[in-house]
Design a protein around this ligand. Structure first.
Ligand code: C2O
Ligand code: CU
Length: 433
C-alpha cells in the first residue's frame, strides 16, 4: 500500500478560481449551482514520494502525495473541487471514477473538457448522489497519469454521516510507479468494533486478490453500490480488476485479523487491539461470485423487459499498426478507437448490452456516468442481490448481459480499465441523440 492512504477529510480549500480559458462550452446537466457544502483543492504537481517501504520515487501527484488526499463527503452535498496544475507538462484532469456526475464534470480530456495545462485551473462541481467507495484520477493520457500517481480515494458517506462506531479503512492497491512495494500496515481496532474495509484496485493489468484471515465477513458493496442482504463468508477471497471496488465489513474479534493482498503475508493490513500481534494463517479460499450472492430486490429490468436498444460489444485483440508501430491492438467489434462503434441512445431509454470477450486476456469494462445491472453471465442468470457495476471484469471467454437506463445525457466513455488496452484501441463512446 502506498503511504498516505489515511482517513479523514482532505484539506478543504478556501476560494475557487475561475475556469481555464478556452474551454469548450459544454451543456451542464444536474443542478450544480449554489454554495458548495464542501470544497477541496487538488494541485497536480511532480513530487518525490516516499513509499511505506522507505523507497523514494518520482511521481506525478495531487497535493504532493500518492495516492492523492482522501476526499470524503456526504450524500446530497454539493461538492466543489478546484484543480490546479502546477507543473504536469502533459496536462491533467480529474475523473470521478464510478460517480455518476453530470457530463460536463466527468473530467475526460478531449471529450468533456480540455486538459488543464501548467498554470491553469479548472473547477468541478457535482452533487454526491450515491454513497459508497469511489476513486478519482486524471483522464488525460490516463495510462501514464494513473501509473505515475495521479489518483486518490473518494468516499461518499450517508447523508447523516458514518456511524461513529465504525472503523473505516481505505485500502488502495497500486503497483504502477510503486513496483512491488510489499508492506504490512498495522491498524488498531478494539474487539467488538465494526470494521469497513474499502478496497480499491488502481493497478493496471493486475486482478488483485484480497483474502481476509481471522474473521468471517460480508461483502457490503461492489463498485460503490450496496448489496442487498449480504451473507456471511469465510474461506473466500475477493478479486478486483483494475478500477473495481469492494467494501468488506466484519466484526473485530479478540485476535488479529489480516487483509492479505495477492495471497501474501508481506502485503496487506493487520488489525489488532494494540496494533501488534502475529499475522494469522491464510485460509485456503475460493473466489467470491456476486452472481448468486445476497438477496434479490426490486430492479428496473428483468428478462421480459422490452429494451429500447440492444447492443453487442465484442472484445478481442489482433496485431496491427497503431500510431505508426506494429503492436497488439485491443478491439471492440473488430475496430480500434476512434473507429470503434458509438452507441447512440435517447434519454429515458432502457438499454441492454451483451459483452463478449473473445480475446486472450480479461477486460474490466468501465462505463462512465452510469451503472450497469448485471443480468447474466454465460447464460446463467444473476439471482442474488442486484449487482450494479461500473467496472465489470469480463474474463476470457465470458459473455455478460447488462442493462442500464439512459438517464444521464452527454458524451460518455466506455473503455477497458486496463488502461494499456484503452490506449491501444479498446475504448468507445456512448452518446445521447
Ligand atoms: Cu477510471 Cu475512463 O476511467
Ligand atoms: Cu482490456
Amino acid at each position: 500500500f502506498p503511504h498516505g492512504a489515511g482517513h479523514g477529510e482532505a484539506a478543504a480549500a478556501t476560494a475557487a478560481a475561475g475556469n481555464a480559458a478556452s474551454l469548450p462550452v459544454t451543456r451542464l446537466t444536474g443542478d450544480v449551482s449554489g454554495t458548495p457544502d464542501r470544497r477541496f483543492t487538488l494541485t497536480a504537481q511532480e513530487a518525490k514520494v516516499t513509499l511505506s517501504s522507505g523507497k523514494t520515487i518520482d511521481a506525478w501527484t495531487y497535493n504532493g502525495q500518492m495516492p492523492g488526499p482522501e476526499l470524503r463527503m456526504r450524500q446530497g452535498e454539493l461538492v466543489e473541487v478546484t484543480l490546479i496544475n502546477r507543473d504536469i507538462a502533459e496536462g491533467v484532469t480529474i475523473h470521478w471514477h464510478g460517480l455518476d456526475v453530470p457530463n460536463a464534470q466527468d473530467g475526460v480530456a478531449g471529450a468533456t473538457q480540455n486538459a488543464v495545462r501548467p498554470g491553469e485551473t479548472f473547477v468541478y462541481r457535482f452533487r454526491a448522489e450515491q454513497t459508497g467507495t469511489f476513486w478519482y484520477h486524471s483522464h488525460q493520457d490516463s495510462q501514464e497519469a494513473v501509473q505515475r500517481g495521479l489518483f486518490g480515494p473518494l468516499v461518499v458517506e450517508p447523508a447523516g454521516g458514518q456511524d461513529a462506531g465504525i472503523k473505516d479503512i481505505v485500502a488502495i492497491t497500486h503497483q504502477g510507479a510503486v513496483g512491488n512495494d510489499d508492506t504490512v500496515r498495522r491498524e488498531r481496532a478494539a474487539p467488538g468494533t465494526q470494521v469497513r474495509l474499502r478496497l480499491i484496485n488502481t493497478d493496471d493489468w493486475t486482478i488483485q486478490r484480497y483474502t481476509l484471515a481471522g474473521a468471517p465477513f460480508r461483502v457490503a458493496a461492489l463498485d460503490g453500490t450496496d448489496l442487498n442482504g449480504p451473507g456471511e463468508l469465510t474461506d473466500t477471497h475477493v478479486e478486483l480488476s483494475t478500477g473495481g471496488r469492494a467494501d468488506l465489513v466484519f466484526l473485530m474479534p479478540d485476535h488479529p485479523v489480516f487483509l492479505s493482498v495477492g495471497g501474501s503475508k508481506e502485503r496487506g493490513i493487520l488489525l489488532s487491539a494494540d496494533g501488534g500481534g502475529e499475522i494469522p494463517a491464510l485460509p485456503k479460499t475460493r473466489a467470491f461470485d456476486p452472481l448468486h450472492y445476497g438477496q434479490p430486490a426490486e430492479v428496473p429490468f428483468d428478462e421480459h423487459t422490452p429494451f429500447d436498444r440492444n447492443f453487442t460489444m465484442v472484445l478481442d485483440n489482433k496485431f496491427g499498426f497503431y500510431d505508426g508501430s506494429f503492436t497488439n491492438l485491443y478491439t471492440i467489434n473488430g475496430q480500434v478507437f476512434p473507429k470503434t462503434p458509438m452507441f447512440m441512445v435517447r434519454e429515458g431509454e432502457r438499454i441492454r448490452v451483451k459483452i463478449v470477450n473473445r480475446g486472450q486476456v480479461d477486460h474490466p469494462m468501465h462505463l462512465h456516468g452510469h451503472h450497469m445491472l448485471v443480468l447474466s453471465r454465460n447464460g446463467e442468470r444473476a439471482d442474488g442481490s442486484p449487482w450494479w457495476s461500473d467496472t465489470l471484469d469480463v474474463r476470457q471467454g465470458d459473455v455478460y448481459e447488462v442493462a442500464f437506463t439512459a438517464d444521464n445525457p452527454g458524451l460518455w466513455m466506455d473503455h477497458c480499465h486496463n488502461l494499456t488496452h484503452a490506449a491501444v484501441g479498446m475504448s468507445m463512446h456512448l452518446m445521447y441523440e
